[in-house]
Design a protein around this ligand. Structure first.
Ligand code: HEC
Ligand code: HEC
Length: 337
């Protein structure tokens, strides 16, 4: 009984088919034996269907023909009405299937994302603990990190607390492909480890794409994010740079030991007129402001000599999270660095 309960739907259907076939065979055999006994040898000369006299011409072309035509008409009606009715539902059915597909992917991603101490059962998907650093709902968080000494790696590493960015707005600054690349390769020399097999991590492509589907499902409304950022940071270039740029452009910012602001970390140094040289134009097409708004694309050129690099994301675009006035404030601030 337990074996039957544990079987999949396909296995249960298969078992039912086999049982029906065997039963049918038994019934057929019984019936046949019985008939073979009832009919004496030689009687098939009269009993065989091809020996019985059939309808004459009148009978064939009369009610028999009418009945055949009527059933043909009925079948035609079923096909003529049924097929268009089926096609009518088709676009909706396909949309529903696509939505269902995305929702199931996001559900698996939700489990993968759970912090290790989350009460959500791991099921057959498994928990990978992203939420332990990035916050249980991707709102951002902090994590312990052993920071090696950059001059003498044999020294014992220092323990620091490293800020992990929120992910419930990550698709406003990065494309899904860029997010995929960060997850696959991680960010070297930060607590963000590589997760994809190509990066040396434990996750296959399916799990990574499930995680991206989950991140897509938890993205906040860009209008709400813009409003909140405007209320919190206004158009103050210093505050805006500190909040949105320093974690990649100021060494030590992520663990409360900021070095020279804009001196470069994961992203290059922006000091001593670097941005003015890279972007002769502050505003307009191919300008500094456009770059901050759109970010860099992997292996695509920007500015005068810039090329989007690094497999783990690169320069994000802030046009969906910040207003044009805020971006202008950052540009003005950077050009004076
Ligand atoms: C041990 C802590 C930790 C874990 C676990 C972790 N991350 Fe991260 N993650 C970080 C930190 C820290 C950063 C920022 C690194 C930096 O300072 O550039 C980051 C960056 C990211 C970014 C780039 C965001 C941005 O705006 O720069 C993405 C996307 C991301 N993580 C996704 C994930 C996913 C998905 C998982 C789970 C598979 C995960 N992380 C697990 C610590 C962690
Ligand atoms: C997640 C890390 C990250 C954040 C956050 C980030 N940047 Fe960048 N930035 C980079 C990287 C990496 C590059 C180098 C180009 C590339 O590889 O994409 C870069 C390049 C740049 C450049 C071009 C410098 C040059 O000389 O080529 C400017 C200007 C810049 N960033 C400004 C900003 C500003 C302004 C912000 C905040 C609004 C910001 N960045 C936030 C990572 C980041």
């Amino acid at each position: 009984m337990t074996a039957v309960l544990a079987a999949s739907t396909a296995q249960r259907l298969g078992t039912a088919t086999v049982v029906l076939l065997v039963l049918g065979l038994v019934v057929y055999a019984l019936f046949h034996l019985f008939r073979a006994e009832a009919a004496p040898p030689g009687s098939e000369v009269e009993l065989a269907p091809n020996r019985k006299p059939y309808l004459d011409d009148e009978g064939l072309e009369g009610p028999k023909l009418n009945r055949a035509q009527l059933s043909a008409l009925l079948i035609l009606v079923v096909v003529a009405v049924g097929l268009p009715a089926y096609w009518l539902r088709e676009p909706g059915r396909q949309e529903g299937a696509a939505r269902g597909f995305a929702e199931r992917a996001a559900e698996r991603g939700f489990i993968l994302f759970q912090p290790n101490d989350s009460p959500v059962p791991a099921g057959n998907v498994g928990k990978f603990g992203c939420g332990g650093c990035h916050g249980a709902t991707g709102q951002g968080g902090q994590t312990n990190y052993s920071l090696p000494d950059p001059i003498d790696p044999s020294k014992p590493p220092r323990q620091v607390k490293w800020i992990a960015p929120p992910l419930n707005d990550v698709l406003m600054r990065y494309s899904p492909e860029e997010v995929t690349s960060v997850i696959v390769y991680g960010r070297v020399n930060t607590p963000m480890p590589p997760w994809g097999v190509e990066g040396g991590g434990p996750m296959n492509d399916q799990q990574i794409s499930d995680l991206v589907a989950y991140l897509q499902s938890i993205q906040r409304d860009p209008k709400e994010v813009q409003k909140e950022n405007l209320e919190k940071y206004g158009t103050d270039g210093v505050k805006l740079f500190d909040q949105f740029c320093s974690r990649c452009h100021t060494q030590g910012w992520s663990y409360g030991e900021s070095g020279e602001v804009g001196g470069g970390a994961f992203g290059p140094s922006l000091l001593d007129g670097a941005t003015v040289r890279q972007f002769p134009l502050a505003e307009g097409q191919d300008s500094h402001a456009e770059f901050i708004s759109k970010g860099a694309e992997y292996a695509k050129s920007y500015g005068v000599r810039g090329v989007g690099g690094d497999e783990a994301g690169g320069m994000p675009g802030f046009g969906d999270m910040l207003t044009p006035e805020q971006i202008k404030a950052i540009v003005d601030y950077e050009r004076a660095l």
